[in-house]
Design a binder for this molecule. Structure first.
Ligand SMILES: [Zn+2]
Length: 397
């Protein structure tokens, strides 16, 4: 058969795991993780999502009213009804900036929000209050202001809200709804910003600068809660048991991924460990792949007292039938579960307690295919030594 199909295709077909006896085959939608075709999946297939823009999450935030987010969205996309944009659609009007001390200047989005003396006064005030270097030469620089701040997240949210309200106030003043002087505009921005920050989930740092900035806006300070620190140590299994730690990792979703696992006896001695390159896939698939590979090895070795540890909550949920296993690996999963009835096992630990498996899964990216070691590989010595000496890791939550 290999002569007819060629080695590659023959090996691929040979490695396909069939469903256990009595389980019906079912069609799977290849573009979803669980194989189900939902309306959402069909929509995304016909109309793929566009690239996620870097400012997307910064504009649509809970503490900014949607009307102000909408205004900034229109400014960024050049859709605001300023005179330059109206001319682009054929409405030829005489243009003159109504806020400027130089009345001969034409009104454009760039002039109104960046170059106008009115806008400069607003941005300079925000610069002074937050002690952040606002660069208002182009919109991208202005939108990246908070990323240059070292203050706590509550003050960053305040600054971001003040920038939004700055745009809003400039546009509001330009529309001549009411003549607003610069001191009045600043008072209005302060009032709108202190209202907005009530909905912010940010926290202040223990700094006098943060405190005085928050007090300036009359907002309530939100100090960060003291972290709960837990000491986590790796433990060897009970006498006669085999302990498996497994982990999967992916550099992004989807991205280059790997899975890894390590087997110990009750003395803590290494029985073996594996690392597997998975190509481009998701962290969910990698997590399941690591557990399934570890279980298949244990089943092949006829080990019946297994203490299996992994840090994937989804694997635990899949065992409780609260999460659907990725369809690409479900046959192998069903086959393992079918044989697991004679095995005792325990699942789920903290990530900090799974360091060796984590190192092995990340190594999967360096190797091609499946690697098995029966002696400790050099790259694992530090983590394994730490586990065997029972040195603690600390978990902050
Ligand atoms: Zn102007």
């Amino acid at each position: 058969m290999a002569w007819i199909l060629g080695d590659g295709l023959f090996t691929e077909i040979k490695n396909i795991k069939l469903q256990p006896d009595g389980v019906q085959d079912r069609p799977a939608w290849a573009h979803s993780s669980d194989g189900d075709l939902s309306f959402k999946e069909a929509f995304e297939f016909t109309k793929p999502r566009g690239a996620v823009l870097p400012w997307f999450k910064k504009i649509w935030v809970s503490y900014i009213p949607p009307s102000r987010s909408w205004l900034l969205w229109k400014i960024i996309h050049g859709r605001l009804a300023t005179d330059d944009n109206l001319r682009k659609v054929g409405i030829m009007i005489t243009s003159c900036c109504s806020l400027c001390t130089y009345p001969s200047t034409m009104e454009s989005t760039k002039h109104l929000f960046l170059e106008c003396t009115y806008a400069s006064a607003v941005w300079n005030w925000i610069d002074y209050v937050f002690n952040v270097r606002i660069q208002f030469y182009n919109l991208e620089d202005l939108l990246s202001t908070t990323s240059r701040m070292s203050a706590g997240s509550q003050v960053q949210d305040l600054c971001w809200a003040a920038i939004f309200n700055g745009f809003w106030t400039i546009w509001w003043s330009q529309n001549r709804i009411q003549f607003v002087t610069i001191p009045q505009a600043i008072k209005m921005i302060t009032h709108l910003t202190s209202d907005a920050v009530k909905f912010s989930e940010g926290h202040m740092t223990n700094s006098v600068v943060d405190l005085s900035t928050i007090r300036y806006f009359g907002a309530t300070t939100k100090p960060r809660k003291a972290p709960r620190i837990e000491k986590v140590c790796w433990d060897p299994p009970l006498n006669g048991w085999i302990k498996i730690n497994s982990d999967g990792c992916s550099l992004s979703t989807p991205g280059p991924s790997g899975s890894g696992g390590i087997f110990h006896d009750h003395h803590g001695r290494l029985i073996g460990c594996f690392s597997n390159s998975l190509g481009i896939t998701t962290s969910v698939f990698a997590g399941f792949h690591a557990v399934i590979t570890a279980l298949e090895i244990a089943l092949d070795q006829l080990w019946v007292q297994i203490w299996l540890e992994c840090d994937s909550l989804l694997v635990v949920m899949a065992l409780e039938e609260k999460f659907k296993v990725p369809w690409r690996i479900i046959n192998r999963w069903d086959s393992c579960i079918d044989r697991l009835s004679r095995i005792q096992f325990r699942f789920y630990i903290y990530r900090e307690d799974n360091q060796c498996a984590d190192v092995l899964s990340k190594k999967g990216d360096d190797y091609q295919g499946f690697y098995w070691w029966t002696a400790t590989p050099d790259f694992l010595r530090a983590s394994l030594g730490r586990d065997l000496l029972r040195l603690p890791y600390y978990r902050f939550s």
